[in-house]
Design a protein around this ligand. Structure first.
Ligand SMILES: [Zn+2]
Length: 312
């Protein structure tokens, strides 16, 4: 509430308290912005990979709104180049937020050298009570997926949908943020994955059967779900993929019952004030428990053809 008030008043507010003046910086978290994402890349990353990433960021931000501040960091395979990029990254952190420690940043666990070695993509949302700078940092790399893989494009959309999700949670308190995005992956990852694939499937040149094919592949995870097990109880880690895959199906299931606007716009609009369950009930007309029960006990028991009916 306090944040909203500050947001509404002015860009920089001077609050007079007797002789003391406290400067309060404007907190525009969650508002769409005209400020575009920044792109940084290691020296072995090609111009075309940077442009490919930018192109799919543009598609995502056009569809879902432009949120930020957002930085893309693109890592290649050369570890020396990744080390140089790490230094540049940590200098920028320090420049944007004087409270950040250069040393702590350079020694962080998931640095760019680890991306150069192992590949992958990820989003780091910075918003907490200890740091001044709030924002999003997406890392893309050269493998899993690499820019020549078909997956690279939906993965950029997937990471950007996480930006969208986190932009709709205002709090700087870790507990409150987690209570709205949930700890286990079924909700946030399932949503990011389905929205990314849905948006990708609508792009020019993508086969009309693409979404059905990709969602069909995700059903392979069904055999790894234990009897009576709910996707909501699966944590990140070894079996996390089941929650990504079937969570994407759960999102499709909700959108089919309601609409894309109810899920993507209205649920996230109300999430900040009503919390996860409050917004869920308001916008989907049932508790998450009831819809999860129906999803597991009725929907997932349908034939392949019956399930595919909900995929556009
Ligand atoms: Zn994700």
């Amino acid at each position: 509430m306090k944040h909203m008030l500050i947001t509404a008043i002015a860009s920089v507010l001077l609050v007079g308290c007797g002789a003391m003046k406290i400067e309060v910086e404007r907190d525009s978290w969650g508002e769409t912005t005209s400020q575009k994402a920044e792109f940084y890349a290691a020296s072995d990353v090609t111009r075309s990979q940077i442009e490919l990433t930018r192109q799919w960021y543009e598609i995502a931000s056009k569809a879902w709104g432009n949120y930020g501040p957002l930085e893309f960091w693109i890592v290649g395979t050369n570890e020396g180049a990744a080390t140089t990029l790490d230094k540049r990254y940590c200098e920028l952190r320090k420049q944007k937020d004087l409270t950040d420690s250069l040393e702590h940043c350079l020694n962080r666990d998931h640095n760019f050298v680890s991306y150069a070695k192992r590949g992958n993509a990820g989003l780091n949302t910075r918003r907490n009570e200890h740091e001044k700078w709030s924002g999003f940092i997406i890392t893309m790399s050269a493998k899993f997926p690499g820019p020549q893989e078909k997956d690279y494009k939906p993965v950029v959309l997937h990471e950007y949908f996480h930006v969208y999700q986190h932009a709709h949670i205002h709090s700087k308190n870790d507990f409150e943020r987690k209570s709205r995005n949930l700890k286990n992956p079924w909700w946030s990852e399932g949503g990011a994955e389905y929205m990314a694939q849905l948006l990708y499937s609508k792009q020019k040149g993508v086969s009309p059967s693409y979404l059905k094919e990709i969602m069909g592949r995700k059903l392979r995870s069904l055999k790894n779900l234990h009897e009576g097990e709910s996707i909501k109880d699966i944590p990140y880690g070894k079996r996390g993929g089941i929650a990504y895959d079937l969570g994407a199906w759960f999102t499709a299931f909700i959108i089919n019952k309601t609409s894309e606007v109810d899920y993507r716009v209205k649920f996230y609009r109300d999430l900040n004030t009503k919390g996860f369950e409050g917004s869920f009930i308001k916008n989907f007309g049932s508790s998450s428990k009831d819809l999860l029960d129906e999803f597991h006990n009725t929907f997932l028991k349908l034939s392949l053809e019956g399930k595919m009916k909900i995929i556009p």
